[in-house]
Design a binder for this molecule. Structure first.
Ligand SMILES: [Zn+2]
Length: 434
């Protein structure tokens, strides 16, 4: 089998990409309007008809779709093809409410496999590779997605699924796995386990494709060093297809979005206004080739930045930065968008435990933000001068990350109140939204 790389698509000119998007969008809007009463109603409410969308310049006219819509329409309300044309479902974990079920025709599965195949090729994969997939299989899209992509590339695919670390390492050494696909936290755990067993010399891994959870650059370097590989990021969501909506190339400066299948927009999460390229905002996707479950202007809640800067890999598809937060969690402090995840990243990078609280207040019409952070027992035994020094260091690091001053207060271990279930990270005393 030949290598799967398709430069004619992934390196197409901007004009060509736009032409594909225009043609496919017009077709998709008609398909959705004709076959999904739920969506037709939303379009009618917004006073837009399929004929009003003649190119991607008209995309803004369409209504947004949110996770609430998907939950409301559960299970069949957004299905755009007869059930007899569907061959598979996948589903979200449903940890924050009702599950979302996505439907696939065989063409939709092929499209998804193609996106994942591109991700594997971008990580250096060919038909000579042994692709070790330890994302979960089942309703979760991680395992089936990379599995299908690996088949398409022609690599030998090990459908390991998650867990059973002993067996993972055994197969990895016996069969000479070269590309590892899993969550970054599991990759870090596998790396530790391999080192503990002194097996670094027995593994043949060269690359890893890691996604489905947030991870830092520090974590990337750590995994790369321990496993002796290059670690690539991959992004996707069940609603849009699964992993492979975008993926990193050798440059590792953002993830190329498969623009022949998905149109990306960045909007202001509060005003819903479309923002110019290069702005930080909420990522919105329109799937222009999906048949069974096509979503138009789906708000992902992920906050990121798009960039069309020329990439050294030759791919021309727009790149998105690793998501830097969720619009649901966004705080506006002194007019600046602040995400708890940004603060958490700074704390993690500086070696603090994940016990912190962000207190936002308004004093004399001016916003204030204070971050209370628990020290480790070792830090707690430092003298007062050292603790003050640590606080100053954190203030500087937070300023660099957020662009505003945040007061830092280091507190004794185990003093921040623990809550049952999800931790309360933010206390907003301004009552702005109540
Ligand atoms: Zn690239």
């Amino acid at each position: 089998m030949e290598n799967y790389y398709q430069p004619e698509i992934e390196c197409a000119s901007a004009e060509q990409i736009r032409a594909w998007q225009n043609e496919r969008l017009v077709k998709q809007v008609k398909h959705v309007y004709d076959n999904v009463p739920y969506y037709r109603k939303k379009m009618v409410e917004k006073g837009v008809e399929p004929g009003d969308v003649k190119s991607i310049d008209d995309l803004y006219k369409l209504p947004f779709l949110t996770k609430d819509d998907l939950r409301e329409a559960y299970p069949y309300g957004l299905l755009a093809k007869p059930l007899e044309d569907c061959v598979r479902i996948q589903s979200t974990s449903g940890t924050t409410g009702r599950r979302v079920v996505a439907f696939y025709t065989q063409n939709d599965i092929d499209l998804w496999d193609e996106c994942c195949a591109r991700a594997i090729v971008a990580a250096g994969g060919t038909n000579k590779d042994v692709v070790h997939v330890c994302y979960g299989y089942g309703l979760f899209t991680g395992g089936p997605g990379l599995n299908g992509g690996s088949h398409k590339v022609g690599s030998l695919t090990l459908p390991m699924s998650s867990g059973n670390t002993e067996r993972q390492i055994q197969f990895m050494t016996d069969l000479g796995s070269t590309i590892l696909c899993c969550t970054p936290s599991y990759a870090a755990y596998l790396a530790e386990s391999i080192i503990e067993r002194g097996l670094q010399g027995s593994i043949k891994l060269k690359a890893g494709i890691f996604g489905a959870e947030a991870w830092t650059e520090e974590m990337r370097h750590d995994i790369e060093e321990k496993l002796g590989i290059k670690a690539y990021d991959i992004y996707g969501l069940t609603e849009i297809s699964g992993p492979g909506v975008s993926f990193e190339c050798s440059e590792q400066t953002g993830m190329h979005i498969n623009e022949d299948h998905f149109i990306a927009e960045i909007i202001d999460p509060v005003t819903e206004e479309v923002l110019p390229e290069g702005s930080k905002g909420e990522l919105v996707f329109t799937s222009i080739t999906k048949e069974a479950f096509p979503l138009l202007r789906y708000r992902t809640r992920d906050i990121t930045v798009l960039s069309r800067e020329k990439c050294s890999c030759g791919r021309t598809h727009v790149k998105m930065k690793k998501p830097m937060g969720r619009s649901d969690d966004m705080l506006i402090v002194k007019g600046v968008n602040v995400f708890p995840s940004q603060i958490e990243m700074v704390l993690m990078n500086k070696g603090y435990p994940a016990n912190y609280q962000i207190i936002v207040d308004r004093v004399h019409n001016s916003d204030t933000i204070e971050v209370q952070v628990e020290m480790t027992p070792e830090m707690f035994s430092d003298n007062v001068g050292e603790i003050t020094g640590r606080e100053k260091e954190l203030v500087g690091a937070l300023k660099a990350m957020l662009g505003i001053y945040a007061k830092v207060k280091l507190v004794a271990p185990k003093t921040i109140q623990r809550s049952e279930g999800k931790a309360v990270r933010v206390i907003d005393k301004r009552n702005l939204y109540k």
